[in-house]
Design a protein around this ligand. Structure first.
Ligand code: FCB
Length: 487
């Protein structure tokens, strides 16, 4: 056994401060730096995540209806290189290959999403049996391999018919979502217990209806604000629909979070950072857990959002766990008077948000900043009474390709994951209740508007042949999952 192991364990178990207070004779480097080795709680879920549109392909097979992502990707100019998810990783046909990867990774959790238009081609009415059968087979195979299915009900692929009826800005979509959720849970709830209602509501509402870079590609502040309110309603109504269909269900949602740090110590920047946090991180969490919107927007646009009396009671939902998708941190400054005057967005949310620039960059240009994991998990732990948390996504894209021997030596991904996992271990040690961690993503796949240009996978995919090859990071992660510890 390594001579430092016991000391490190003590340091990890007690924390550097308590270890020092107890007079343990630890070397200075161990007291100064977070422990490099860390064991995770017993029964910890080690997983990987995917989403239906990003992997399944088979976009119009077996009765599946068109989704807003089918329509968006088929519209010229929307996706890099004209890529589409028509085939993607072909997981609709090759899901057994995905399962083989998950087993090789020694994972005990797999987060995947259900394509709403595969279940309800028109967004309403009875379920398409072929769609349900596909997921039912996948669930059975996972359970047989002792892998927990963690099922996301909505990962951005709204049935196009519902978009035609107004999409997320139309509050009726919330009731449609609750109906759909009930259909799925009635079919799979005898085997699946852990459900995620929405993936990153802040992303699909603002990027889809304000910035127009994601489906359905709309650019309207009004639509985006209304969409956020409908998504909140969908979360509350969906929560109750799932519980009604399956009393023992554990129901959460996946929130895209990034610690918002003021650019300077000025009061104005600090205030802007708090507003940014209110909108970017907890706009869908605070209403669910506390029954109110955060104080983020300078004028509360109840009227614009279409908030009706009784809505906040509908929205409130005591989520059983919080999913956190975390990649990086956000630097926030207060816009100048001039900037506020000429940018309508700043009237509403006077906060300039930028990605951090200090750390190394991933292939996507996202900053690598492991402490973001600790900061965010601890803030949520403090502000919401130590909820059960699962990291539902964390990962990075790099363009590593097979070398002459066919090896994908993605050392930067190993460093990234190790760094973020250490910070997660530190948060758990400092009191956060974290139950699981999922790498985004199992294998390279369709990265939304970036098409196939960003490779986030633990396994490499040759999109010409669909051959999957485990990357070195995957092999490393398998060791972590097997040992329930990082070394
Ligand atoms: C998240 C999405 C996920 C994936 C990663 C890189 O925002 O939830 O589908 O695209 O980013």
């Amino acid at each position: 056994m390594h001579t430092c192991t016991r000391r490190r364990f003590l340091q990890f178990a007690l924390g550097t401060a308590s270890a020092a207070a107890l007079g343990l004779n630890l070397p200075v480097d161990l007291l100064a730096a977070p422990a490099t080795a860390a064991t995770f709680p017993r029964g910890f879920f080690w997983g990987a995540a995917t989403a239906a549109y990003q992997i399944e392909g088979a976009w119009n097979e077996d009765g599946k209806g068109e989704s807003i992502w089918d329509r968006f990707a088929h519209t010229p100019g929307k996706i890099k290189n004209g890529d589409t998810g028509d085939v993607a990783c072909d997981s609709y046909h090759r899901w057994r290959d995905d399962l083989a990867l998950i087993k090789e990774l020694k994972l005990n959790s797999y987060r995947f999403s259900i394509s709403w238009p595969r279940i309800q081609p028109w967004g309403v009415g009875s379920a398409n049996p072929k769609g349900l059968e596909y997921y039912s087979r996948l669930v059975d195979a996972l359970l047989e391999a002792k892998i927990r299915p963690l099922v996301t009900l909505y990962h951005w692929d709204l049935p196009q018919k519902l978009e035609d009826a107004g999409g997320w800005p139309n509050r009726d979509t919330a009731a449609r979502f609750a109906d759909y959720a009930a259909l799925v849970v009635r079919a799979l709830g005898d085997r699946v217990t852990d459900w995620i209602l929405l993936n990153e509501a802040i992303s699909f509402t603002t990027e889809g209806y304000l910035q127009g870079i994601k489906a359905p590609g709309k650019k309207s502040i009004h639509d985006a604000l209304r969409a956020t309110h409908t998504a909140n309603l969908a979360q509350g109504m969906g929560f109750r629909a799932v519980k009604a269909a399956q009393a023992k269900a554990r129901v959460g949602s996946a929130f895209n979070m990034s610690p918002c740090q003021p650019a300077t110590k000025s009061q104005a920047d600090k205030l802007a950072a708090e507003r940014a946090h209110g909108f970017r991180n907890v706009w869908f969490l605070e209403p669910a857990l506390k029954g109110r919107y955060p104080e983020a927007l300078s004028l509360f646009p109840e009227y614009l959002m279409g908030v009706k009396s009784g809505d906040m009671e509908q929205i409130r939902a005591p989520l059983d766990f919080l999913g956190i998708n975390l990649y990086d941190r956000t630097i926030v400054s207060a816009p100048s008077a001039g900037e506020r005057l000429f940018n309508a967005q700043y009237w509403l949310l006077p906060a300039k948000m930028e990605r951090g620039q200090q750390g190394p960059k991933t292939g996507f240009g996202w900053e690598v900043w492991p402490a973001a994991m600790y900061d965010m998990v601890m803030r949520v732990t403090r502000d919401y009474g130590r909820p059960v948390i699962e990291i539902t996504e964390n990962g990075c894209s790099y363009e590593d390709v097979p070398d002459a021997n066919g090896v994908i030596n993605d050392v930067r991904r190993i460093e990234y994951l190790r760094g973020y996992l250490r910070e997660l271990a530190r948060a758990i040690h400092d009191g956060a209740h974290v139950r699981g961690y999922h790498v985004w993503t199992l294998m390279d796949n369709f990265e939304w508007e970036a098409g196939y240009s960003q490779r986030f996978g633990l396994a490499y995919v040759d999109f010409k042949t669909q051959k999957q090859t485990m990357k070195e990071s995957g092999k490393w992660y398998a060791q972590v999952a097997g040992a329930n510890a990082i070394t």
